[in-house]
Design a protein around this ligand. Structure first.
Ligand code: MN3
Length: 387
Protein backbone atom coordinates (compact mmCIF):
# COMPACT_ATOMS: atom_id res chain seq x y z
CA UNK A 1 0.00 0.00 0.00
CA UNK A 2 1.14 3.50 -0.82
CA UNK A 3 2.39 5.71 1.94
CA UNK A 4 -0.01 8.47 3.02
CA UNK A 5 1.85 11.77 3.01
CA UNK A 6 -0.19 14.30 4.98
CA UNK A 7 -0.08 18.04 5.62
CA UNK A 8 -2.21 19.64 8.32
CA UNK A 9 -3.45 23.23 8.39
CA UNK A 10 -4.55 24.01 11.93
CA UNK A 11 -2.70 21.21 13.71
CA UNK A 12 -3.04 22.64 17.24
CA UNK A 13 -6.84 23.01 17.12
CA UNK A 14 -9.25 20.25 18.08
CA UNK A 15 -9.45 18.69 14.58
CA UNK A 16 -5.67 18.94 14.16
CA UNK A 17 -4.93 17.27 17.49
CA UNK A 18 -7.45 14.50 16.73
CA UNK A 19 -5.92 14.08 13.25
CA UNK A 20 -2.53 13.34 14.81
CA UNK A 21 -4.15 10.73 17.10
CA UNK A 22 -5.75 9.18 14.00
CA UNK A 23 -2.40 9.15 12.17
CA UNK A 24 -0.84 7.32 15.13
CA UNK A 25 -3.76 4.88 15.08
CA UNK A 26 -3.24 4.21 11.38
CA UNK A 27 0.49 3.71 11.87
CA UNK A 28 -0.07 1.26 14.74
CA UNK A 29 -2.53 -0.62 12.51
CA UNK A 30 -0.04 -1.08 9.73
CA UNK A 31 -0.74 1.95 7.48
CA UNK A 32 2.37 3.85 6.49
CA UNK A 33 1.83 7.59 7.16
CA UNK A 34 4.14 10.59 7.09
CA UNK A 35 3.32 14.04 8.50
CA UNK A 36 4.93 16.41 5.98
CA UNK A 37 3.85 19.73 7.44
CA UNK A 38 2.03 21.18 10.42
CA UNK A 39 0.66 24.65 11.06
CA UNK A 40 -0.91 26.82 13.69
CA UNK A 41 -2.04 30.41 13.99
CA UNK A 42 0.03 31.17 17.11
CA UNK A 43 0.27 28.14 19.40
CA UNK A 44 4.05 27.76 19.28
CA UNK A 45 4.32 25.67 22.46
CA UNK A 46 2.00 22.90 21.19
CA UNK A 47 3.58 23.04 17.74
CA UNK A 48 7.01 22.38 19.28
CA UNK A 49 5.66 19.23 20.97
CA UNK A 50 4.06 18.06 17.72
CA UNK A 51 7.30 18.69 15.82
CA UNK A 52 9.26 16.59 18.33
CA UNK A 53 6.83 13.70 17.90
CA UNK A 54 6.08 13.80 14.15
CA UNK A 55 9.23 15.45 12.71
CA UNK A 56 7.57 17.27 9.77
CA UNK A 57 9.75 18.90 7.13
CA UNK A 58 7.96 22.23 7.45
CA UNK A 59 5.86 24.27 9.85
CA UNK A 60 3.68 27.22 8.89
CA UNK A 61 2.92 29.78 11.61
CA UNK A 62 0.28 32.30 10.62
CA UNK A 63 0.78 34.97 13.28
CA UNK A 64 3.88 37.06 12.55
CA UNK A 65 4.92 37.63 16.16
CA UNK A 66 4.57 33.93 16.95
CA UNK A 67 6.59 33.14 13.83
CA UNK A 68 9.40 35.46 15.00
CA UNK A 69 9.34 33.94 18.47
CA UNK A 70 9.55 30.45 16.97
CA UNK A 71 12.40 31.49 14.65
CA UNK A 72 14.40 32.86 17.58
CA UNK A 73 13.93 29.72 19.71
CA UNK A 74 15.56 26.29 19.38
CA UNK A 75 12.41 24.11 19.07
CA UNK A 76 12.36 24.27 15.27
CA UNK A 77 16.02 24.17 14.37
CA UNK A 78 15.59 21.14 12.14
CA UNK A 79 12.34 22.36 10.62
CA UNK A 80 11.65 24.80 7.81
CA UNK A 81 9.60 27.67 9.28
CA UNK A 82 7.12 29.51 7.07
CA UNK A 83 4.93 32.59 7.46
CA UNK A 84 2.76 34.81 5.28
CA UNK A 85 0.23 34.18 2.49
CA UNK A 86 2.86 33.55 -0.18
CA UNK A 87 4.58 30.84 1.88
CA UNK A 88 1.23 29.23 2.65
CA UNK A 89 0.24 28.99 -1.00
CA UNK A 90 3.66 27.69 -1.98
CA UNK A 91 3.48 25.08 0.83
CA UNK A 92 0.11 23.61 -0.17
CA UNK A 93 1.18 23.42 -3.84
CA UNK A 94 4.30 21.30 -3.16
CA UNK A 95 4.52 17.79 -4.55
CA UNK A 96 5.99 16.14 -1.43
CA UNK A 97 2.58 15.32 0.06
CA UNK A 98 -0.82 13.93 -1.09
CA UNK A 99 -3.51 14.73 1.49
CA UNK A 100 -4.27 18.15 2.96
CA UNK A 101 -6.21 18.18 6.21
CA UNK A 102 -7.67 21.68 6.25
CA UNK A 103 -8.98 22.65 9.66
CA UNK A 104 -8.41 26.38 9.43
CA UNK A 105 -11.24 28.41 10.96
CA UNK A 106 -13.50 30.46 8.68
CA UNK A 107 -12.95 32.09 5.29
CA UNK A 108 -9.15 31.90 5.78
CA UNK A 109 -9.34 28.24 4.73
CA UNK A 110 -10.66 29.00 1.24
CA UNK A 111 -7.52 30.03 -0.67
CA UNK A 112 -5.31 27.17 0.60
CA UNK A 113 -8.08 24.69 -0.31
CA UNK A 114 -8.27 26.09 -3.84
CA UNK A 115 -4.50 26.07 -4.30
CA UNK A 116 -4.24 22.47 -3.06
CA UNK A 117 -7.04 21.42 -5.43
CA UNK A 118 -5.11 22.98 -8.32
CA UNK A 119 -2.12 20.89 -7.26
CA UNK A 120 -4.22 17.70 -7.48
CA UNK A 121 -4.44 16.88 -3.78
CA UNK A 122 -7.09 15.10 -1.76
CA UNK A 123 -8.58 17.66 0.62
CA UNK A 124 -9.79 16.20 3.92
CA UNK A 125 -11.97 19.18 4.68
CA UNK A 126 -12.93 20.32 8.16
CA UNK A 127 -13.18 23.96 7.06
CA UNK A 128 -16.83 24.01 5.96
CA UNK A 129 -16.76 27.75 5.27
CA UNK A 130 -14.66 26.97 2.17
CA UNK A 131 -17.59 25.14 0.54
CA UNK A 132 -20.15 27.64 1.81
CA UNK A 133 -18.47 30.60 0.11
CA UNK A 134 -16.90 28.93 -2.92
CA UNK A 135 -18.64 25.56 -3.40
CA UNK A 136 -19.40 26.19 -7.06
CA UNK A 137 -15.81 27.14 -7.93
CA UNK A 138 -14.43 24.27 -5.87
CA UNK A 139 -16.53 21.68 -7.69
CA UNK A 140 -15.43 23.10 -11.05
CA UNK A 141 -11.76 23.03 -10.00
CA UNK A 142 -11.98 19.49 -8.60
CA UNK A 143 -13.22 18.31 -11.96
CA UNK A 144 -10.59 20.25 -13.90
CA UNK A 145 -7.63 19.11 -11.76
CA UNK A 146 -8.90 15.61 -10.82
CA UNK A 147 -8.83 16.45 -7.12
CA UNK A 148 -11.33 15.47 -4.47
CA UNK A 149 -12.80 16.98 -1.35
CA UNK A 150 -13.63 14.42 1.35
CA UNK A 151 -15.57 15.87 4.28
CA UNK A 152 -14.35 15.59 7.86
CA UNK A 153 -17.55 17.21 9.14
CA UNK A 154 -19.30 14.30 10.91
CA UNK A 155 -22.70 14.84 9.23
CA UNK A 156 -21.19 14.89 5.75
CA UNK A 157 -18.94 11.94 6.47
CA UNK A 158 -22.11 10.11 7.54
CA UNK A 159 -23.89 11.04 4.30
CA UNK A 160 -20.88 10.03 2.23
CA UNK A 161 -20.90 6.64 3.97
CA UNK A 162 -24.67 6.25 3.42
CA UNK A 163 -24.24 7.04 -0.27
CA UNK A 164 -21.52 4.51 -1.00
CA UNK A 165 -22.88 2.13 -3.62
CA UNK A 166 -25.92 4.38 -4.24
CA UNK A 167 -26.93 6.68 -7.09
CA UNK A 168 -27.49 10.42 -6.56
CA UNK A 169 -30.71 10.43 -8.60
CA UNK A 170 -32.26 7.93 -6.18
CA UNK A 171 -31.89 10.22 -3.18
CA UNK A 172 -35.21 11.47 -1.90
CA UNK A 173 -33.80 13.42 1.02
CA UNK A 174 -30.59 14.07 2.86
CA UNK A 175 -31.36 14.42 6.56
CA UNK A 176 -28.74 16.23 8.61
CA UNK A 177 -29.00 15.66 12.33
CA UNK A 178 -28.40 18.52 14.78
CA UNK A 179 -27.96 18.24 18.53
CA UNK A 180 -29.82 21.52 18.98
CA UNK A 181 -26.93 22.87 21.05
CA UNK A 182 -27.12 24.21 24.62
CA UNK A 183 -30.29 26.28 23.96
CA UNK A 184 -32.55 23.65 22.46
CA UNK A 185 -36.17 24.49 23.34
CA UNK A 186 -35.45 28.20 24.04
CA UNK A 187 -37.79 30.84 22.61
CA UNK A 188 -36.35 33.81 20.70
CA UNK A 189 -36.97 36.00 23.76
CA UNK A 190 -35.13 33.60 26.04
CA UNK A 191 -32.20 33.58 23.64
CA UNK A 192 -31.78 37.36 24.01
CA UNK A 193 -30.27 37.01 27.48
CA UNK A 194 -27.94 34.03 27.13
CA UNK A 195 -24.29 34.62 28.05
CA UNK A 196 -21.04 33.84 26.25
CA UNK A 197 -20.20 31.28 28.93
CA UNK A 198 -23.51 29.44 28.44
CA UNK A 199 -23.11 29.52 24.66
CA UNK A 200 -19.62 28.00 24.88
CA UNK A 201 -20.93 24.86 26.62
CA UNK A 202 -21.83 22.35 23.92
CA UNK A 203 -23.64 19.25 25.23
CA UNK A 204 -21.94 16.60 23.04
CA UNK A 205 -18.92 17.90 21.13
CA UNK A 206 -15.75 19.57 22.33
CA UNK A 207 -14.71 22.10 19.66
CA UNK A 208 -13.15 25.51 19.03
CA UNK A 209 -15.04 28.68 20.06
CA UNK A 210 -16.22 29.78 16.57
CA UNK A 211 -17.93 26.47 15.78
CA UNK A 212 -19.28 26.14 19.32
CA UNK A 213 -21.08 29.50 19.02
CA UNK A 214 -22.24 28.52 15.52
CA UNK A 215 -23.70 25.35 17.06
CA UNK A 216 -25.51 27.39 19.73
CA UNK A 217 -27.08 29.72 17.10
CA UNK A 218 -27.57 26.76 14.73
CA UNK A 219 -25.67 28.68 12.07
CA UNK A 220 -23.39 25.65 12.08
CA UNK A 221 -26.26 23.55 10.72
CA UNK A 222 -27.01 26.37 8.28
CA UNK A 223 -23.44 26.25 6.96
CA UNK A 224 -23.74 22.47 6.80
CA UNK A 225 -26.84 22.44 4.56
CA UNK A 226 -24.93 24.62 2.09
CA UNK A 227 -21.87 22.39 2.44
CA UNK A 228 -24.11 19.36 1.69
CA UNK A 229 -25.46 20.95 -1.47
CA UNK A 230 -21.98 21.28 -2.98
CA UNK A 231 -20.55 17.99 -1.70
CA UNK A 232 -23.45 15.79 -2.79
CA UNK A 233 -24.83 17.90 -5.66
CA UNK A 234 -28.43 17.77 -4.47
CA UNK A 235 -31.05 20.49 -4.82
CA UNK A 236 -31.89 22.55 -1.70
CA UNK A 237 -35.43 21.11 -1.43
CA UNK A 238 -33.91 17.69 -0.75
CA UNK A 239 -31.87 18.83 2.27
CA UNK A 240 -33.58 18.50 5.65
CA UNK A 241 -32.50 19.07 9.23
CA UNK A 242 -33.83 17.22 12.27
CA UNK A 243 -32.95 17.72 15.93
CA UNK A 244 -31.42 14.63 17.48
CA UNK A 245 -30.09 15.55 20.94
CA UNK A 246 -27.95 12.43 21.53
CA UNK A 247 -25.76 12.97 18.41
CA UNK A 248 -25.55 9.21 17.86
CA UNK A 249 -26.98 9.23 14.34
CA UNK A 250 -24.57 11.52 12.52
CA UNK A 251 -26.89 11.95 9.51
CA UNK A 252 -29.18 9.95 7.21
CA UNK A 253 -30.20 9.52 3.60
CA UNK A 254 -33.71 8.59 2.50
CA UNK A 255 -34.00 6.95 -0.93
CA UNK A 256 -36.91 6.96 -3.36
CA UNK A 257 -38.14 3.56 -2.20
CA UNK A 258 -38.52 5.17 1.33
CA UNK A 259 -35.60 3.13 2.67
CA UNK A 260 -33.40 5.16 5.03
CA UNK A 261 -29.73 4.63 5.80
CA UNK A 262 -28.20 6.16 8.94
CA UNK A 263 -24.57 6.27 10.02
CA UNK A 264 -24.10 5.96 13.78
CA UNK A 265 -21.48 5.93 16.49
CA UNK A 266 -20.34 7.85 19.54
CA UNK A 267 -19.72 11.55 18.83
CA UNK A 268 -15.98 11.37 18.16
CA UNK A 269 -14.30 13.34 15.37
CA UNK A 270 -11.56 10.73 15.05
CA UNK A 271 -13.94 8.47 13.11
CA UNK A 272 -14.75 10.91 10.26
CA UNK A 273 -11.13 12.11 10.20
CA UNK A 274 -9.85 8.58 9.70
CA UNK A 275 -12.48 7.89 7.05
CA UNK A 276 -11.44 11.02 5.13
CA UNK A 277 -7.83 9.79 5.16
CA UNK A 278 -8.61 6.20 4.11
CA UNK A 279 -11.70 6.65 1.86
CA UNK A 280 -12.94 4.60 0.08
CA UNK A 281 -11.27 2.03 2.34
CA UNK A 282 -12.09 1.44 5.98
CA UNK A 283 -9.22 0.82 8.33
CA UNK A 284 -9.11 -0.76 11.75
CA UNK A 285 -9.27 1.64 14.69
CA UNK A 286 -8.91 1.32 18.43
CA UNK A 287 -11.45 4.07 19.27
CA UNK A 288 -14.14 3.71 21.96
CA UNK A 289 -17.06 1.72 20.48
CA UNK A 290 -20.74 2.67 20.78
CA UNK A 291 -22.85 0.80 23.33
CA UNK A 292 -26.60 0.62 22.52
CA UNK A 293 -27.49 -0.50 26.04
CA UNK A 294 -25.83 2.54 27.60
CA UNK A 295 -27.69 4.85 25.18
CA UNK A 296 -31.08 3.16 24.86
CA UNK A 297 -32.95 6.23 23.62
CA UNK A 298 -32.65 8.17 20.40
CA UNK A 299 -34.94 11.22 20.25
CA UNK A 300 -35.96 13.46 17.37
CA UNK A 301 -37.62 16.89 17.19
CA UNK A 302 -38.57 19.40 14.52
CA UNK A 303 -36.18 22.36 14.21
CA UNK A 304 -37.43 25.73 15.42
CA UNK A 305 -36.49 28.32 12.80
CA UNK A 306 -38.51 31.03 14.56
CA UNK A 307 -36.03 30.98 17.45
CA UNK A 308 -32.95 29.85 15.54
CA UNK A 309 -33.09 32.43 12.78
CA UNK A 310 -29.56 31.78 11.56
CA UNK A 311 -30.75 28.45 10.16
CA UNK A 312 -33.61 30.19 8.37
CA UNK A 313 -31.14 32.69 6.87
CA UNK A 314 -28.96 29.83 5.67
CA UNK A 315 -31.94 28.18 3.93
CA UNK A 316 -32.71 31.54 2.29
CA UNK A 317 -29.18 31.95 0.90
CA UNK A 318 -29.06 28.28 -0.08
CA UNK A 319 -32.09 28.94 -2.31
CA UNK A 320 -30.91 32.35 -3.56
CA UNK A 321 -27.36 31.23 -4.34
CA UNK A 322 -25.04 33.76 -6.03
CA UNK A 323 -22.79 35.58 -3.60
CA UNK A 324 -25.31 35.59 -0.73
CA UNK A 325 -23.63 32.65 1.05
CA UNK A 326 -20.30 34.52 1.04
CA UNK A 327 -21.95 37.52 2.67
CA UNK A 328 -23.79 35.44 5.25
CA UNK A 329 -20.57 33.65 6.17
CA UNK A 330 -18.56 36.87 6.54
CA UNK A 331 -21.28 38.64 8.53
CA UNK A 332 -21.61 35.62 10.81
CA UNK A 333 -17.85 35.40 11.44
CA UNK A 334 -17.74 39.05 12.52
CA UNK A 335 -20.96 38.80 14.54
CA UNK A 336 -19.65 35.73 16.42
CA UNK A 337 -16.46 37.65 17.22
CA UNK A 338 -18.51 40.63 18.48
CA UNK A 339 -20.60 38.31 20.65
CA UNK A 340 -17.51 36.57 22.08
CA UNK A 341 -16.08 40.02 22.91
CA UNK A 342 -19.24 41.00 24.74
CA UNK A 343 -20.18 43.72 22.24
CA UNK A 344 -23.55 42.33 21.09
CA UNK A 345 -26.33 40.07 22.34
CA UNK A 346 -26.66 36.47 21.20
CA UNK A 347 -29.74 37.21 19.07
CA UNK A 348 -27.95 40.07 17.32
CA UNK A 349 -25.81 37.50 15.53
CA UNK A 350 -28.76 36.65 13.27
CA UNK A 351 -30.04 40.25 13.18
CA UNK A 352 -26.70 41.59 11.94
CA UNK A 353 -26.42 38.86 9.31
CA UNK A 354 -29.95 39.49 8.10
CA UNK A 355 -29.33 43.24 7.81
CA UNK A 356 -26.19 42.74 5.74
CA UNK A 357 -27.89 40.21 3.45
CA UNK A 358 -30.79 42.61 2.82
CA UNK A 359 -28.45 45.30 1.52
CA UNK A 360 -26.31 42.97 -0.63
CA UNK A 361 -26.56 42.91 -4.42
CA UNK A 362 -25.69 39.37 -5.43
CA UNK A 363 -23.96 38.39 -8.67
CA UNK A 364 -24.25 35.02 -10.40
CA UNK A 365 -20.94 34.83 -12.25
CA UNK A 366 -17.87 35.34 -10.05
CA UNK A 367 -14.21 34.46 -9.58
CA UNK A 368 -12.41 33.71 -6.34
CA UNK A 369 -11.10 37.30 -6.36
CA UNK A 370 -14.70 38.58 -6.48
CA UNK A 371 -15.49 36.44 -3.44
CA UNK A 372 -12.42 37.66 -1.56
CA UNK A 373 -13.52 41.23 -2.30
CA UNK A 374 -17.09 40.64 -1.14
CA UNK A 375 -15.87 38.86 1.99
CA UNK A 376 -13.57 41.68 3.05
CA UNK A 377 -16.07 44.44 2.15
CA UNK A 378 -18.68 42.75 4.36
CA UNK A 379 -16.21 42.42 7.24
CA UNK A 380 -14.97 45.99 6.96
CA UNK A 381 -18.50 47.39 6.89
CA UNK A 382 -19.37 45.58 10.13
CA UNK A 383 -16.06 46.28 11.86
CA UNK A 384 -16.51 49.98 11.10
CA UNK A 385 -20.04 49.96 12.47
CA UNK A 386 -19.18 48.16 15.74
CA UNK A 387 -15.69 49.45 16.53
MN1 MN3 B 1 -20.85 18.99 11.86
Amino acid sequence: MMKKRIGILGSTGSIGVNSLVVINNLISNGIDCEVVFLSSNNNVADLEKQVREFKPKSVYINNENSFRKASAGTGFKETELLNGDKDLIELVRRDDYDILINSFVGFAGTVPTIEAIKAGKRIALANKETLVVAGKLINELCEKYSSEVIPIDSEHSAILQCLMGEKTEKIKKIILTASGGPFRGYSYNQLKDVTVQQALKHPNWNMGSKITIDSATMMNKGLEIIEAKWLFKVEPAKIDVIIHPQSVIHSMVEFYDTSIKAQMGIPDMKVPIQFALTYPERNKADFVPFDFVKTPRLDFEKVDMQSFRCLKLAYDVLNQGGTYPTVLNAANEIAVELFLNGKIRFTEISEISEGVLNSHKSIDEFTIDDLIGIDSATRNKLKEKYK
